[in-house]
Design a protein around this ligand. Structure first.
Ligand code: GLN
Length: 454
């Protein structure tokens, strides 16, 4: 814990931690020490962690990197963090992210961008997003592991950009209670770690059956670590041909081949498969996610939480809402709220929102069909490129940024588990990752496959 606290102080330029809790960390470390001495420790007892700002931690600023939640200190603890503290883990502080987890470069944060510890010729690169602070902190050894959330790729894409492991669990595996909502039917919290084994340990602690989250699944949490045998002989791994998108750099393709070879060498069978509706996933996601966001963000009205605008003479409640939301929400969040209310409006609901829901059902069926044909797991690239420069994306063209999520959003729409693993470096020396998708609630098997790629 002391080593991490010093490392955090020395790495301020990465802008990974946005709120430090050193006193809390030392108290928790001391309690962990006593617990270890009494012989009642878990694998996480005394392990210092970073927590994405989107998780409510009692008494600690929890803003989802938004100005609108300025000054908000939750009166309650998220189930995920409570589970981690129950296991004896130590809280180092809150981690940077995109505002309300909307973004792929950690550039929409009210705290400014987080910086990737990997560099090319001193050029500053993004750690990805939205869990950019989590990824940067784990990659730079500021904490031993971190929590992230993945609505459309926000655990896996930053993991790929920083050369770490990131796991998005099955929808319902990890409680959403106390996690500030972005798109509730897609949001899922998961671990961001240095190794697959660490991800197994973290997931085991984070996951629980939680009556406080109505979408929490009543499925027992196995001991994931004990399932890590590395034996994948006879497993059938699908290679989805639709993920071979136009303009994909040859390096990513080569990496994909390398990953398939590693799995084959371990005794798995590699099978070409088709997930025919893949190309509709991105547009469906960018209808459904903003629709849900526009509804979830309606609660930030200047009355219940955080920021309230200063009002002028004669301003009434409508002006209070308008000014508060205009000041409190960043531009990307405002854009999502506008897209969301548009696709949900009476005149366009059928054309956009209902259509997107149908596409979502087809995407889910694609995966079900693949698994019904005996496929055990699916291998695909995590991102279409390695980490790009901070500010490299043109902010007047948001679609360019949205395209970064082309390989990740399908999984969230289908509610399935996925894991991103670093597999190699590109010619500039930057990390590149592959991801594997698994069957619902089969995170143990997924982790076991990922072990082979590590
Ligand atoms: N980049 C995607 C978005 O902006 C995914 C974000 C996420 O998974 N939280 O919506």
């Amino acid at each position: 814990t002391e080593a991490c606290l010093s490392a955090i102080d020395a790495a301020g330029a990465l802008n990974a931690f946005v709120h430090h809790t050193p006193d809390m960390a030392r108290d928790m470390a001391q309690a962990a020490d006593a617990r270890i001495k009494s012989g009642d420790a878990t694998a996480l007892t005394g392990i210092p962690l970073g927590i994405k700002d989107v998780f409510c931690v009692k008494g600690v600023p929890s803003q989802a990197a938004s100005r609108i939640l300025q000054g908000f200190r939750p009166e309650y603890e998220s189930t995920v963090t409570q589970n981690l503290w129950n296991a004896g883990a130590v809280m180092l502080g809150k981690l940077n992210q995109d505002e309300f987890a909307m973004g792929s470069a950690n550039e929409s944060s009210c705290y400014g961008p987080a910086v990737n510890p990997w560099k090319v010729d001193d050029r500053q690169l993004t750690p990805g997003g939205s869990s950019g602070g989590s990824a940067a902190a784990v990659a730079a050894d500021l904490c031993l592991a971190a929590t992230g959330t993945d609505t459309g790729g926000s655990i896996r894409q930053p993991a790929a950009f920083t050369g770490i492991v990131g796991l998005k669990p099955t929808y319902g595996r990890v409680s959403r209670w106390g996690v500030i909502a972005y798109a509730s039917s897609l949001d899922q919290a998961g671990p961001m770690t240095k190794t697959v084994r660490d991800a197994a340990i973290m997931l085991g602690a984070m996951a629980s059956v939680d009556p406080q989250d109505s979408t929490s699944a009543d499925v027992a949490v196995p001991d994931y670590e004990s399932l890590l045998t590395g034996d994948i002989r006879g497993k059938r791994i699908g290679i989805p041909r639709e993920y071979r998108v136009e303009g994909m750099p040859p390096e990513i393709d080569a990496l994909w081949h390398k990953g398939a070879e590693m799995l084959r060498d371990a005794g798995a069978e590699i099978v070409d498969i088709s997930l025919p509706h893949t190309k509709y996933a991105l547009p469906a996601y960018y209808v459904i996610a903003p629709a849900e966001a526009s509804s979830n963000l309606a609660r930030y009205d200047g009355v219940r939480y955080g920021h309230r605008a200063k009002l002028g003479q004669g301003d009434g409640i409508t002006e209070m809402y308008e000014k508060t939301r205009a000041e409190g929400f960043g531009l990307e969040v405002q854009r999502r709220v506008m897209i969301g209310t548009y696709v949900l409006s009476a005149g366009f609901y059928d054309a956009y929102y209902n259509r997107a829901r149908k596409v979502r059902a087809l995407i889910k069926r694609d995966f079900e069909n693949a698994f019904a044909q005996g496929i055990d797991a699916i291998l695909a690239p995590t991102t279409p490129t390695a980490a790009f420069g901070i500010g490299a994306m043109d902010s007047s063209d948001p679609v360019q940024m949205y395209l970064n999520d082309v390989f990740t959003v399908t999984l969230n729409l289908a509610g399935l588990p996925g894991i991103a693993v670093p597999v190699g470096l590109d010619k500039q020396g930057l990390p590149l990752g592959l991801q594997m998708f698994g069957k619902p609630f089969e995170e143990g098997e997924l982790l076991n496959h990922a072990l082979v790629l590590e």
